[in-house]
Design a protein around this ligand. Structure first.
Ligand code: SF4
Length: 380
């Protein structure tokens, strides 16, 4: 039986254009130590996790990148389906009508399980459980050997806060120490300078200080390691002694530089806290990356002007700028009628619940931010 794990190339699912936003997102990968695999924004975790379990079940398999739906030489094909690649998967399933597809992902499963050759599983655990494979947590990155990237590890799940636009469960679950070390050792086949800590609010879980030991372990097999990138809130920045941690950059949830909007969003932050966080990181020699969200319902030209001004005058490595994405289970979903996939797509400015004028304003603001950041980073 030939098992194939497939993923569509990023350029196939979101073709490159010459918009200022695409130019900006691409420019981030020109920073020193920022490496992106050729075929995707980041290594597909589902493939690493599945590969790990297929090895344990003695099932030989290969990973393959597709640039279009084609006839495949395999018996069983695995894939992760998202809104952006759904139509490509439908074509692939039809072209390969005599092969079995084991699919999962983030779309309505009935879009695909209507095909006779598709079996849908809600997770890799679900697949293992129902097919008699003993599931074990972990990833095999050997299928991406020598790929330059910024790999991720997770030390905790959840966040204690309940921001209105967020769907992260608000219970902190600490990842056991041996799991964290397994994740670190699994990085050995990869090439990287930085490791991204996937914890939603770094510092909330007591194990954050173990970065000091993890750095030493990584350095044993990767002398090119430069440190970790973490994400957290502005008040949490003030609670941590960054001079003792091997952290290269911190992504801070700024979202919008407006006290009243932050308060309405229940964001544990303020203009003052954000400035304090920036000062602390700068003093500690840690790079600063604000996360900015465009499209909150309360925003108008005046509030956007404050955030734009903040971006202009603040020293930063870059900013992560996204459109507001509203998911069904976020509290903010009660304030609007979300009725199309753009509404939960952070790369799309056009939202069904906005007026034409508000969509146009949001689009022009995010483009202006990208333009400013490109100029600041001398990329224009
Ligand atoms: S602080 Fe961040 S992770 Fe926590 S609820 Fe707010 S947006 Fe979500």
């Amino acid at each position: 039986m030939k098992h194939l794990l497939i993923q569509f190339h990023t350029d196939t699912i979101s073709p490159q254009d010459d918009s200022v936003l695409t130019k900006y997102y691409n420019s981030i990968w020109e920073h020193e130590y920022y490496h992106k695999p050729d075929a995707f924004w980041e290594l597909p975790k589902w493939a690493g996790e599945l590969s790990h379990n297929l090895i344990n079940a003695n099932k030989e398999h290969e990973f393959m990148v597709l640039t279009e739906p084609i006839e495949l030489n395999a018996d069983i094909i695995f894939g992760s389906v998202l809104n952006i690649n759904l139509e490509l998967f439908k074509k692939l399933v039809i072209i390969n009508w005599n092969k079995t597809f084991i699919l999962g992902g983030y779309v309505n499963k009935h879009e695909l399980d209507v095909f006779d050759n598709v079996i849908w599983f809600d997770s890799i655990f679900d697949y293992c459980n129902k097919t008699g494979i003993q599931y074990s947590g972990g990833v095999n990155w050997d299928i991406f050997r020598d790929e330059w990237c910024i790999p991720r590890i997770t030390m905790s799940y959840g966040c204690k806060h309940r921001c209105k636009f967020c769907t992260i469960p608000n219970e902190i679950v600490e990842v056991p120490k041996h799991d964290i070390y397994s994740q670190v050792l699994a990085l050995m086949p990869l090439k990287f300078n930085l490791v991204y800590i996937d914890d939603k609010t770094f510092g909330q879980c007591d194990n954050y200080r173990s970065l000091i030991k993890l750095e030493k372990v990584i350095f044993e097999f990767n002398k090119q390691f430069k440190g970790f990138v973490v994400q957290t809130t502005a008040p949490m920045v003030a609670k941590i002694d960054w001079t003792t941690l091997p952290v290269y950059a911190v992504e801070v949830g700024v979202e919008t530089y407006n006290n009243s909007i932050l308060k309405e969003l229940r964001k544990p932050s303020s203009e003052v806290l954000v400035n304090t966080a920036h000062g602390i990181l700068e003093k500690a020699g840690v790079k600063y990356i604000p996360n900015i969200v465009v499209g909150f319902l309360q925003e108008n030209e005046a509030t956007y002007s404050k955030t734009l001004n903040y971006i202009i005058r603040t020293n930063m490595l870059h900013a992560n700028i996204y459109n507001l994405a509203i998911y069904d289970d976020a509290d903010i979903a009660e304030d609007v009628n979300i009725d199309n996939s753009n509404d939960s797509n952070e790369l799309e400015s056009d939202k069904s619940y906005n007026s034409f004028e508000k969509n146009e304003l949001n689009k022009s603001v995010i483009e202006t931010m990208a333009q400013i950041l490109l100029i600041k980073n001398n990329k224009l």
